[in-house]
Write a protein that binds this ligand. Structure first.
Ligand SMILES: *[C@@H]1O[C@H](CO)[C@@H](O)[C@H](O)[C@H]1NC(C)=O
Ligand SMILES: *[C@@H]1O[C@H](CO)[C@@H](O)[C@H](O)[C@H]1NC(C)=O
Length: 476
């Protein structure tokens, strides 16, 4: 019992150490902090360090596409982004890829690409190979050679978005074709398993490659595993959707269900969407959810700031031929904070399309594990670590507010103006508190250790009062 207690304390110490910015020990899991928010950004993004010497590149994490690309220095039509365009000439390890087998767009002997996304944006450019690494102080984050896209043309959202590029994490249709994830997985010394995982908070979160971090799972909960489709796209089979106790959709309604972190909202087939709206309206009538309906699709919380009294939405996902796994979709995930106490639906109507897209709003406040080698998905309710983006000049990223999804059919005009957004300020005070706690923890640890040692030597040294060194135990 005391031992268990001790372990808990040790792991707390680990947390303090992590919050101090001291790198966690190598465990063959790479970690990188994510930034983003549904209302202010409409996406979540990570930072890659590309080339030699390393150039920072911000990229949207997208489980709905497979290309990793960003604008390059001599781009013909590229927008203004968080980081300067990548300059291949400054990297001693960059190499443009020639046309060859598997190259489906040849431009003057160089291999090119053109990618279009469902909401109408597109990117095109040239493939190159260079060293890439997930930004972070984790000792397992090491550069690997990967095939990357160097945009020479950006259209629509790719042009207007603040973030430079995109990190496609989806599997290719053609098995064996590489993406950055596969290249990271090849680095067996620093990556243990073909697994990646997210934990998304209201602001920012964490991406791990090679494994997942179980420490954010809410006590009393554990990962629930279910089979996942993992060729071309990541998908699951949705069997039932309920709001509270009321069923709003069953198996035949959903069609293909795609897991897409590049889409902001969760898109439901029209009939399911309407049924869910009605169920929420009925169950929350007369301030029963401690909230008043405002505008279309939003609620003002009457007392407090969070939607704690709304019903859970339950997704029943197929687990083998007969089993099912029930996932609770909580109100602070199926709704997003638009202002202090105004919450709006983070699900939308997919029209007549018999397809369901589980977007960012489905991922929020969960540890979501994509085990690609075993085609399994793991989910557990979690309290994910928050992070707020600061630009390198130290300005908070307030300007990063254009909102729009990469893959969905969500239009920029749908995005609500976030004039009174929670300002993106760093938790400076928290860092000092963490530092103080960390130091206190270390001191306590040292004191405890020396007391243990002292007690130990006192026990078996009855002939002498002096401290005996453990290294002299065997001396005659
Ligand atoms: C890059 O990694 C460092 C070290 O972990 C971290 O402090 C910083 O916030 C990261 N920056 C970005 C933009 O990801
Ligand atoms: C909703 O789900 C959460 C977590 O899974 C649970 O703690 C809570 O009791 C549920 N709420 C309702 C109203 O069932």
């Amino acid at each position: 019992m005391a031992l268990k207690d001790w372990f808990i304390r040790l792991s707390l110490l680990g947390h303090w150490i992590t919050s101090l910015g001291i790198p966690p020990p190598p465990d063959q899991v790479q970690r990188t902090v994510l930034f983003g928010n549904i209302n202010a950004f409409a996406y979540y993004f990570a930072e890659l360090l590309v080339g030699s010497p390393q150039q920072p590149v911000s990229v949207i994490v997208d489980t709905g596409s497979a290309l990793c690309g960003f604008p390059c220095e001599d781009c013909g039509h590229c927008g203004q982004h968080l980081n300067p365009p990548f300059d291949m000439k400054k990297s001693t390890t960059s190499k443009v890829l020639p046309c060859g087998i598997g190259c489906d767009r040849c431009i003057d002997g160089k291999c090119g690409y053109l990618e279009s996304y469902t909401e109408g944006s597109s990117i095109s450019g040239l493939w190159f190979r260079d060293l890439v690494m997930l930004n972070g102080s984790d000792q397992d984050n090491q550069p690997v050679f990967a095939s990357l896209g160097c945009h020479t043309d950006e259209r629509k959202l790719f042009y207007t978005q603040k973030v430079n590029g995109i990190l496609g994490l989806a599997p290719h249709r053609i098995t064996g074709k590489s993406n950055v994830l596969k290249d990271l997985y090849q680095d067996k010394a620093h990556v243990n398993h073909e697994i990646f995982a997210f934990c998304l908070a209201e602001w920012g979160g964490l991406l791990t490659v090679g494994g997942y971090d179980p420490s954010f799972v809410v006590p009393g909960h554990r990962l629930q595993w279910l089979p996942m489709h993992a060729a071309g796209y990541f998908g699951v089979t949705l069997q039932k959707l309920s709001c509270g106790l009321q069923v709003v959709g069953t198996q035949l309604d959903f069609g293909t269900t795609v897991l897409d972190s590049g889409t902001t909202f969760t898109y439901l087939p029209e009939q399911v969407y309407n049924a869910l709206l009605t169920a929420l309206k009925t169950q929350c009538a007369n301030i029963q959810c401690n909230a008043r309906a405002v505008q279309d699709n939003c609620w003002e919380i009457v007392s407090g700031a969070d939607p704690t009294r709304f019903p859970n939405v339950t997704l029943e996902l197929a687990n083998g031929p007969n089993g099912v796994v029930a996932i609770q979709w909580l109100a602070h995930a199926y709704m997003f904070r638009r202002k202090a106490n105004i919450w709006c639906y983070a699900f939308a109507n997919n029209g007549m399309s018999k397809e369901t897209v589980l977007g960012i709003s489905f991922f929020l406040h969960q540890t979501v594990v994509f085990d690609t080698s075993q085609s399994k998905l793991g989910i557990a309710e979690s309290k994910c670590p928050e992070s707020h983006y600061q630009t390198r000049s130290g300005r908070p990223a307030q300007a990063v507010r254009e909102g729009a999804v990469q893959d969905g059919n969500f239009k920029p005009s749908d995005v609500l103006e976030g004039d009174d957004l929670v300002p993106a300020k760093p938790p400076q005070r928290m860092r000092w508190v963490a530092l103080a706690l960390g130091i206190v923890g270390l001191v306590l640890l040292v004191v405890a250790c020396s007391m243990c040692l002292w007690a130990y030597f006192m026990d078996d040294s009855d002939e002498e009062l002096g401290l005996k060194s453990p290294f002299t135990d065997n001396e005659q």
